[in-house]
Design a protein around this ligand. Sequence first.
Ligand SMILES: *Cc1c(COP(=O)(O)O)cnc(C)c1O
Length: 362
Amino acid sequence: MKYPFLDLRADNEPYLDALEAAAVRVVRSGRYIGGEEVSSFEAELAAYVGADHCVGVSNGLDAIRLIFRAYIELGRLREGDEVITSSNNYIAGVLAVTDCGLRPVFVEPDPATFNLDPARIEAAVTERTRAIMPVDLYGRTSLLPEEFKQRFIVVEDVAQAIGARGAGQTGHAAAFSFYPTKNLGAIGDAGAVTTNDAEIAEAIRVLRNYGSLKQYDNIYQGLNCRLDPIQAAFLRVKLPLTDAENALRRKKAAIYDREICNQRVIKPQMPAEQTEHVWHQYVLRIPEGRRDEFRAFMSANGVGTGIHYPTPVHRQPCYSEFSSIELPIADRLCDEVVSLPISRATSIEAVSEISRIINQFS
Ligand SMILES: *Cc1c(COP(=O)(O)O)cnc(C)c1O
């Protein structure tokens, strides 16, 4: 493939020497669980996000899972409480909800933003609704009215949106993933929670470490969901350059937006403010059942594409209990979306060339 969808080795090229130095530093430190690398990364991420607290954890799924567990342990959520979210997403958030004995309630996305449609939330509220989990899909900030934050616990899934304006600041707690493909990617699995709620932060700190506040004294039935110091050290190399990485993605999204011109293709709506989007993915819609044809055409012309995501969460085999729910907008988006190459390894020239190829699809 001349223009692969993703090439993580090439994406990390500018960081290789610094990453290797960070690995050596941890190997030689003798400190392989917790310690200074983890606490320094937590302080640096909290400052970057503008949050009071940050707790490093094992991955993005565990970040969301620990947030809900913390609310439950503190008695602020109870089993069976309902969490409003969307279905045209990666499955992680909903897995966290059901793992904690909570109930997902799916609301349709706004096709213009791909995010949970704020105008449809009220109709889904019942007497059991306690939380809303907006997912900043493809890197676009979910703009929920402030009013919801007064009435519900708002847990932001910002796995795709680090650096977007408001990501990590619009809810009560936010979950980050540093899965290698994310805008800030580790060299393996890693995640974090940020919050301004000291009690929640402390509960997560304890839950991630066997529920143990001090060794051999377990106040919760906890988990082992710690952030590895070697991943923290890698992330400390890349965090200071996240804004520059996001700026590059914005530049490429602007070129796609300017240069793609084909009536068979629906481009994503540009945000009102550039800062509201960090373009984890640049996602087209190919209507009329022609997505497979479009992808085959792109592939034949040397362009790799991706689908995020082909199956809505409520149609996954593991959630057959939700399969009869009608969510035509989520279904349609999952049938139409195609992601284009946009990471560092895809050059500005490649973006223009890919746009030109798209314009030839007939
Ligand atoms: C990647 C991702 C997650 C899960 O993160 P992991 O670190 O892979 O567990 C959760 N939610 C969204 C929206 C994601 O993109």
